[in-house]
Design a protein around this ligand. Sequence first.
Ligand code: KG4
Ligand code: ZN
Length: 351
Amino acid sequence: MLKILTIETTCDETAAAVVTDTLEVLGAMVASQDEFHQRFGGVVPEIASRAHLERILPIIDATLNKANISLQELDAVSVANRPGLAGALLVGLAAAKSLCLAIGKPLIAINHLQGHIYACRVAWAEKYAKNQTLSNNEHCDIFPCVGLIVSGGHTNLYRCQSPIDFELLGSTIDDAAGEAFDKVASMLGLPYPGGPAIQRAAANGDPKAYRFPRAFLDAPERLDFSFSGLKTAVRYKIAGQGQVDFSQIQLSEKEIADFAASFQEAAVDSLVGKTIHALQKTRMTTLCIGGGVAANIRFREKMEIAAKKQKIRLHIAPLHLCTDNAVMGAIAIERYHAKLFEPLDIDVHPT
Ligand code: KG4
Ligand code: ZN
């Protein structure tokens, strides 16, 4: 059985996992840095790099312990070397290279975004392996598919022919969806990360209280997203135009809930609408979704309804594999089979 150690340090999670060629997860650990970045309302790159540096070796150690295997038993070491924060990526890459050098095993570099999509395959394999009762259409593999990545840094649509063949179909022309959630949360005085905070506040709000824009939904040919107009519309509705100090703005709980629900509804409608356009344009019938925003309950609900209506086979990463983790680095297994190994002088490719 093939065993690969996967390392993830692209943004603000330090994570490692040991995965096998049957996509079994032998051990996995994630150390989140939310508490360090919270008071800045977003990820501070220097703080992220330092925290990765302090945590990377203990996390790898703990992961190997959990998997109950030694370094020598590994067949390869993989790391996400793109895209992400330069200093953060460097920590993971340096650790992966050092381990490869020490144990004489090949280095595999993966694209973090492709990993987010691959999380769906790990979940699918787990379900299949556990031999749960699967409905007929779940017996097929997830590839080929349209892939949607909705995270704090990216909102991208891909045509995924295979786990090593991704073609970009469209992306956001301004803010990423998660970035919009984080910024609107900050305007509403909600904590970082904004996505879960907006979701919680929205649970008590009226999604129809304010009507916010849903970009490009009337242009099915265009496979781009835009969230900056939505964010500005929320800003104007909360505080009017001109310079504003949001800490001075007092909103009632009801107003916060209504803003959160109305914003969330608009963001979700844009994501669902453009994704359906991508499926129609490519004539593909399988959809895989990953990334932090894919954890959003309202998004999952509306996407499931739309997929059912369009007869689309839908795979959304399970909640624990939506936000950054190293289990999705199991895509390295595919690169191992394709003999896509890297020399030890490769570099990082930041955002
Ligand atoms: O994929 P991820 O963990 O990191 C990046 O690669 O960016 O995504 C983080 C993003 C953040 O913007 C966070 O606010 C958002 O995912 N997020 C959510 C939810 N949980 C996390 N957005 C909406 N609803 C959620 N439940
Ligand atoms: Zn991510």
